[in-house]
Design a protein around this ligand. Structure first.
Ligand code: ADP
Length: 255
């Protein structure tokens, strides 16, 4: 793949594991300086440590890349703002935002507690809003920005047990459509991707054969394309098998 990110500064949220980790490694391998954000909270978002993010930073540095770890909780605007301010102070800008932090609290609607709903909305929808809000003015001022958010087919079609997650992701898709529209007169491009990959989030949902095939790294080329100079203005790279078709197409085209 010929895409390079030399001179670009990226923040990848939820980058301690799974998709975020794969995207952070991919960005760093292609020259970006990467903030590896993860609050280390576990799949239900109960909180933890920055160890996972620090391990990914070590991996990037061992491969000759440039990265720093950050433990901001994306559902806390003050912490998100501090992460963006720290990045700007250290590296001058935030050019690329890959918002990938996420949790699941799947339960049937009958059993879903108010707290399960609120928590998932907080991390996915409010968290995405906070991250975009914190980088938006800087991107506008510099007339450059690329934002990619991991969403889900659940946000388009719904899914059993995911009233909270589906509502949050539907909200994220709407939010991104607005940002794409409002950014259109500047060189800011905003996209979402709805992949199916084997991560901690999906390990209980997908059959073992699928888990073996759906490596998070196979989604990364599509995300790197959406974060590149040539990114389209608004694409919903679709659910499941569809995203793999896009990856194949892009690989065959050398993107
Ligand atoms: P996926 O790769 O499918 O997004 P993972 O569970 O493997 O799923 O990765 C999601 C990451 O997001 C985890 O490492 C988790 O610690 C992180 N995360 C979850 N909630 C937050 C949050 N509020 N702030 C920052 N990171 C978070």
């Amino acid at each position: 793949m010929s895409i390079r990110f030399d001179g670009r500064v990226a923040i990848v949220t939820g980058a301690g594991n799974g998709l975020g980790r794969a995207h952070a490694l991919g960005l760093a391998a292609r020259g970006a300086k990467v903030v590896v954000n993860d609050f280390g909270g576990g799949r239900d978002g109960s909180g933890g440590s920055m160890t996972a993010a620090e391990a990914v930073v070590e991996e990037i540095r061992a491969a000759g890349g440039i990265a720093m770890a950050d433990g901001a909780d994306v559902s806390n605007f003050e912490q998100v703002k501090a992460m963006v301010d720290m990045t700007t102070a250290e590296w001058g800008s935030v050019d690329l935002l890959c918002a990938n932090a996420g949790i699941l609290r799947d339960k049937s609607f009958a059993k879903m507690e108010l707290a399960d709903f609120a928590k998932v909305i907080d991390v996915h929808l409010n968290g995405t809003f906070y991250c975009c809000k914190a980088v938006w003015e800087g991107m506008r001022a510099r007339n450059y920005g690329r934002i990619v958010v991991t969403t889900s087919s659940s946000g388009m079609y719904g899914n059993f047990g995911q009233a909270n997650y589906a509502a949050a992701k539907a909200g994220v898709i709407g939010l991104m459509n607005v940002l794409a529209a409002e950014g259109r007169k500047t060189d800011i491009r905003v996209n979402t991707i709805s992949p199916t990959a084997a991560t901690r989030m999906t390990e209980e949902l997908l059959p073992p054969q699928a888990l073996a095939l759906l490596k998070p790294e196979s989604i990364t080329p599509a995300v790197l394309y959406l974060l590149s100079q040539d990114a389209p203005t608004r694409t919903i790279i679709g659910a499941g098998a569809g995203s793999f078709a896009v990856v194949k197409l892009m690989e065959s085209e050398g993107l």
